[in-house]
Design a protein around this ligand. Structure first.
Ligand code: DGJ
Length: 731
């Protein structure tokens, strides 16, 4: 196989991108760019046979047959309006309203490293570990340039793609659809896996077959959303955790998105992903550029497990920038489920004091600390402290918390404005609204017009001044409603959604630049904006408002299908659980939270002394094992039926973290329901060294291949939601 690199064969006009494990190939034919291949690594340039040039007489100069060509050629990036009737990644209109762009290759550039995408979150890489390719396409009639960018990263089977569109004409050009990627694949019985959900029920995998026509997912809510997720995987019917083809696409963006796979009349698959076409209509003035966000395409021929681990490494090595990425995060306690809005300084200090005794390291003060916020019906936008609750202000409170020995964190919802707020009374036009129509007060609040720079400046100063004036070290950036009534006084309709996201990204960029030591956690009513875009700014995202450990098994498993567990906000909360009413063993709640960022979300004053002692054990487990969760490889040992698409007999979930050196591993086993007269389970471990010997903390020893082939027989557990942690060290 060719070494890691990007190659071009002048003679055959074939582009070949080789990571260490996979190849991605494209070729020019009659000036058009066609897709040849994505899959296991090739040893040399492939032929162009799969372009089926011979099928298209148009390529030999017969203009009458252009329609057959246009609707059949495996375009690398195609456009609607030119006779390609498959789902298109690009729809462009000229001033007269005519649709279509016929793109032909004009040049290319191969270089080391990777360019930033202006204003957008994107993967990064340096000149030693990353190679990039820009292919320049042009529509001569429109004078439109489309640059397809590709990057590959040493050691990772992933291709990052994005598109830059430039108007070189004298007239406006209108983009009705400008997606980030388009893939042409042979259909071999593929199935598609997506993540669906709802509030408190995020990221649930769903696997389905692909019939003729289209499978489409999207979010038009202005956030990546609880309901759909900017991810799609195409898998072979036989793909499991450990074998079979899996092609995963993840969109590095936090707003509206769409992903579609079409099974065509000729049994091929076309897969597109990018910003949703809903309410998207971009006026590209002469000389202007539109930059799409990035799509990451991961290929695995070793099943879904390998696909997940590749995404985790891409995000950890090439997307998340926070200095906390490789650091143990402070064990925090958040007062939301403990007090909701009903707190004051004394209550917080009592919680802090007891938390300190249990080994907790940070107190996060959630919603309700500002102006007259005693419920969710007022004060968003008025970010001044409520002195009735916090008489010493934020500085005084923070000092007191610090004196107890804890760091302090705080909650903000910067993008919002309550109708009952001074800010709204002063600047009603700062809220997104369509004149003449009642805007919807979802959760009693409006969305600020973040497309306006004066609004962004106001919001930024509110947040930044708190950080400048206090010793607060953590911010939970919340966002609790979708965008409706998307109208602005200054921004053109059709452009607001994307300009809103660019505004949010600008705010976050300013924040992490001015406060590089800040630990930023994103949140959107739980996991409504858990996406790669947010991870560029914050190393962790609150995963779900459902903190019930049994529900979290599925929510966290779905999230970890793509995202590193160290980015998954997970807390131990009180039982009966506030969302589902279930009671789960306190230790098991800890095992589940340990597979994420780990922390607490309960009134520590109200729990038993025995539970306080368990917190001490859990904090000590976190200190012992967090490096494995943070830096190691994640294996689903018993995964949910949602991923395999098959109903299993199993009544448990199990996962493992294995250090990169394979000298340490942590197995978590959770029995969902207690069973009568069943034998304890033997689970086959993964990721160990076959001929190495591993010792459990209780002294039992096993050979790696025994653990992986015969399996490890877990203890017989009693009760619903019982669990165990097993830590293996290589001898
Ligand atoms: C939604 C979040 O997901 C919760 O954790 C909490 O911060 C509330 N918002 C506060 O309004």
């Amino acid at each position: 196989m060719k070494d890691f690199g990007i190659y071009y064969n002048e003679e055959s006009q074939v582009f070949l991108l080789n990571t260490n494990g996979i190849s991605y190939a494209m070729a020019c034919s009659g000036g058009y760019l066609g897709h040849l291949y994505i899959g296991p690594g090739l040893s040399d340039f492939p032929s162009k046979d799969v372009l089926r040039e011979g099928d298209y007489t148009y390529l030999k100069g017969n203009p009458g047959d252009k329609c057959v060509f246009m609707d059949g050629f495996p375009f690398e990036y195609s456009s609607g309006g030119i006779g390609d009737f498959r789902v298109s990644p690009l729809n462009v209109r000229n001033e007269k309203g005519f649709l279509g762009a016929e793109l032909k290759v004009k040049g290319y550039e191969i270089y080391d490293g990777k360019k930033k995408l202006p204003g957008l979150p994107s993967t990064f890489g340096n000149e030693n570990d990353t190679k990039s390719l820009d292919i320049i396409l042009e529509d001569e009639a429109l004078k439109l340039t489309v640059i397809l960018s590709y990057s590959i990263f040493e050691g990772l089977d992933c291709v990052a793609r994005s598109v830059r569109i430039k108007n070189d004409s004298e007239e406006n050009i209108y983009l009705e659809r400008a997606l980030s990627s388009c893939l042409e694949l042979p259909y071999r019985g593929h199935e598609v896996i997506t993540l669906h959900g709802s509030w408190a029920r995020e990221h649930i995998p769903e696997r389905r077959t692909i019939g003729h026509g289209r499978v489409a997912i999207s979010s038009d809510r202005g956030i990546s959303s609880h309901q759909a997720h900017p991810f799609m995987a195409l898998v072979s019917p036989e793909t499991t955790e450990t074998q079979g083809e899996a092609i995963g696409l993840s969109f590095v963006y936090s707003g509206n998105f769409m992903a579609e796979v079409e099974r065509t009349q000729h049994d091929r698959l076309r897969v597109v992903m990018g910003i949703s076409v809903h309410d998207f209509d971009w006026c590209l003035a002469p000389g202007k550029i539109f930059q799409t966000p990035e799509v990451l395409v991961v290929y695995s021929s070793d099943g879904l497990g390998k696909m997940s681990r590749t995404f985790h490494d891409i995000f950890r090595n090439h997307l998340i920038r926070s200095k906390y990425l490789h650091k143990e995060r402070p064990v925090l306690i958040n007062n939301w489920e403990a007090t909701y809005f009903d707190f004051d300084m004394d209550k917080l200090l009592e919680i802090a004091a007891q938390a300190k005794q249990a080994g907790i390291e940070m107190l996060v003060m959630d919603d309700g600390w500002f102006r007259k916020r005693d419920s969710d019906d007022s004060s968003l936008g008025d970010w001044t402290v409520n002195k009735a609750k916090l008489p010493l202000g934020l500085t005084g409170l923070c000092e007191k918390i610090n004196n107890i020995g804890l760091d302090m964190g705080i909650w903000f919802e910067p993008e919002m404005i309550s109708p009952d707020s001074n800010l709204y009374r002063e600047h009603p036009d700062w809220a997104l609204a369509i004149p003449g129509r009642d805007a919807s007060e979802c959760r009693n609040q409006f969305v600020l017009d973040i497309t306006r720079s004066e609004v962004r400046d106001y919001v930024y100063e509110c947040v930044a001044s708190v950080l400048r004036e206090t010793n607060i070290k953590y911010i939970k950036w919340d966002m609790n409603r979708p965008l409706t009534d998307v109208g602005s006084l200054v921004t053109r309709g059709g452009e607001i959604h994307h300009r809103y996201m660019l505004g949010v990204y600008e705010l976050m960029e300013r924040l992490v630049s001015e406060f590089p030591d800040l630990l930023l956690e994103n949140c959107s009513s739980g996991g409504g904006r858990f996406d790669p875009g947010m991870l560029y700014y914050s190393p962790q995202v609150w995963c779900s408002d459902d903190t019930d450990a049994m529900e979290r098994l599925y929510i966290q498993e779905g999230t970890a299908l793509i995202y590193p567990p160290s980015s998954i906000g997970a807390h131990v909360s009180i039982c009966p659980n506030h969302i589902v009413g279930r009671t789960v063993d306190f230790r098991t709640r800890g095992y589940v939270a340990l597979a994420g960022t780990f922390g607490y979300e309960l009134d520590i004053r109200a729990i038993s002394d025995e539970e306080k002692e368990i917190i001490k054990e859990q904090v000590s487990d976190y200190k012992k094992y967090n490096h494995l969760v943070r830096e190691g490889d994640y294996f689903r040992i018993i995964s949910s039926d949602n991923l395999t698409g098959k109903k299993s007999e199993e009544n448990s979930l199990a996962w493992m973290f294995v250090s990169k050196e394979k000298d340490e591993a942590l197995l978590t086993y959770i029995q969902e329901r207690g069973n009568a007269n069943k034998r304890s389970e033997t689970v086959r471990l993964q990721g160990l060294i076959k001929d190495a010997r591993y010792r459990l903390e209780d002294g039992r020893e096993y050979q790696g291949d025994e653990l992986m082939n015969i399996g490890f027989t877990v203890d017989k557990l009693y009760g619903d939601g019982a669990g165990r942690l097993y830590h293996f060290s290589k001898i």
